[in-house]
Design a protein around this ligand. Sequence first.
Ligand code: AHM
Ligand code: MG
Length: 312
Amino acid sequence: MPGTNSPDLATVLREQFAAPVGVILQGFADASASLRDLLAVAPLRDLIGATGDVNVQSEMTAKLDVAANTLFLDALRLPGVARLISEEEPHPVEVGDGAYTCCFDPLDGSSNIGVAPVGSVLGIYTDAAGAFEAGYAITGRQLVAAAFTVYGLPTMLIVASAERADGFAFDPEDRTWRLVSPQMRTPAPQYTSINWTYRDRWPARVARAVDRASDGLRGRYSGSMVEDVLRVLMAGGVFMYPEDDSSPSGKLRMLYEICPIGFIVSAAGGDAIDGTRAVLDVPVTGPHQRGPLVVGDRDAVRRYQDGYALAD
Ligand code: AHM
Ligand code: MG
């Protein structure tokens, strides 16, 4: 049974990843532990609320968005890292001459700050050197590892290679991440997660596809993708953020939301598409490119794809 004797993150990373990638993942986990501490006292330290600024996505920046961004920028300036791409940075931040580009959302689910769990997401890409400057696309197939954190009780960290996804819980007593869900597999689906208040904005094919994917499932939607995707991994189901009339390309961003999450859920036996194709095959030509995402149980994702393919 998992407990204080379960393997710690450092041990698992050493076994599964070569040095630069394992060290980058440890850096992400360390910054996540620090952000967890900050979130726990945020209302007491005047950290709730907006800065008054707007980020590159034209979204209001929360004080915690800025604090989280600084934490991850500092933690990921590591040997082996070429550049960092953050949701909160307008342009890639050049770090060194390493082989890896690290893309992260420092604080996912900003509207939940102070009221419900939020999280962080990381994707580690290889061979992405200068892609955007040189005018060529990269894809999620260049991911070598991905991770996300959900700052709930427990605080959970999911780490994946292409082959497997493992879940760790943070033990505040010794500040160690311990393996509690080894080799995760998406369970039989129970839940469907989507912001159904946007139904009037969905094209007909999206409405049909959502209904098919959701058939027989119960609704849960948190406003934080990572929390809903953790539910997909732990309890089973599907999470959808499709394109709609207000966001014709979808809302979520390819490099630091869609591809890392698609990579992780695929490693756990699920699937991730944009409606017609695997999200990992979608060419990405800019740091903040958006896309639709349907991720989770393979059968539910296939039902979405089938409904989406029918002529209106
Ligand atoms: P954020 O990274 O700025 O928080 O935006 C991403 C979040 C996701 O976590 C969540 O699923 C979605 O936006 C919620 O959006 P909406 O309020 O449109 O349902
Ligand atoms: Mg986000």
